[in-house]
Design a protein around this ligand. Structure first.
Ligand SMILES: Nc1ncnc2c1ncn2[C@@H]1O[C@H](COP(=O)(O)OS(=O)(=O)O)[C@@H](OP(=O)(O)O)[C@H]1O
Length: 223
């Protein structure tokens, strides 16, 4: 693709994104959620071109569990694809991991973060632990509210734990109305994966995770 075409597409992206965003009144914050942005090479530059003051929130979880969760979603849409254990390796005999397979590549967070740091300072980024979002949702959301400069309104009393689903649910304000729990497609049962393969993946991710902890100054405890 030539450079002018790329620039033209970028400009179009910025214009159409701006037009899609609702107008905000003073004191309001507009949010947009697209999980894929974190791993899309063009996203940081384009978002920066749209607004260099954008605050970025990234939810990250153990990349091994993330890869298995991703695979669970893929087979739910494409049953019959090879097993997780097969797709994980370029060569299973030598144990060479296929780092280009999307469920694995996405979990190399340090690499994706490098792209964002070319455009945004770390102070404009906030990382939410996916694990703590389940075990301590109000604590995790407390930090999100601080990061966004909001008064802490969401607290412990807004959540209850749904044992069947294994996730917290959000109570409606003023205690009326049905609580909001995660939908049917969340919390799918993951297939059992060969523990040897899980261990190989843990080894694969360890250096990337450590680098990610250093870059963010946060230890997510995935080792
Ligand atoms: N609020 C909250 N807290 C903790 N974990 C959550 C939350 N929302 C979604 N999830 C989990 O994220 C996994 C990805 O879900 P989805 O693929 O449906 O989400 S998305 O399409 O990427 O937005 C999927 O993981 P698994 O359940 O392990 O498959 C979701 O359950």
């Amino acid at each position: 693709m030539n450079v002018s075409l790329l620039t033209f597409h970028s400009d179009l992206f910025v214009i159409s994104c701006r037009n899609l965003m609702p107008k905000a009144l003073d004191g309001q914050i507009v949010m947009e959620k697209t999980p894929r942005y974190f791993v899309t090479a063009e996203a940081p530059g384009r978002i920066h071109a749209m607004s260099k003051d954008t605050k970025l929130i990234v939810v990250v979880r153990d990349p091994v569990t993330r890869a298995i969760s991703d695979y669970t979603q893929i087979i739910s849409k494409a049953p019959g694809i090879p097993g997780f254990e097969t797709l994980t390796f370029k060569n299973r005999t030598t144990g060479r991991i296929d780092a280009s397979w999307s469920p694995i590549w996405i979990g190399i967070y340090a690499q994706h973060l490098e792209n964002w740091l070319q455009y945004f300072p770390l102070s404009q980024m906030h990382f939410v632990s996916g694990e703590r979002l389940i075990s301590d949702p109000s604590g995790e959301l407390g930090k999100v509210q601080d990061f966004l400069g909001l008064q802490r309104m969401i607290t412990d009393e807004h959540f209850f734990f749904n044992e069947t689903k294994g996730f917290p649910c959000l109570k409606k304000p003023q205690g009326n109305g049905k609580p909001h729990c995660l939908g049917k497609t969340k919390g799918r049962i993951h297939p059992n994966i060969d523990p040897g393969v899980v261990e190989k993946l843990r080894e694969f991710y360890r250096p990337f995770n450590r680098h990610f902890y250093q870059m963010t100054g946060q230890n997510f405890g995935w080792e």
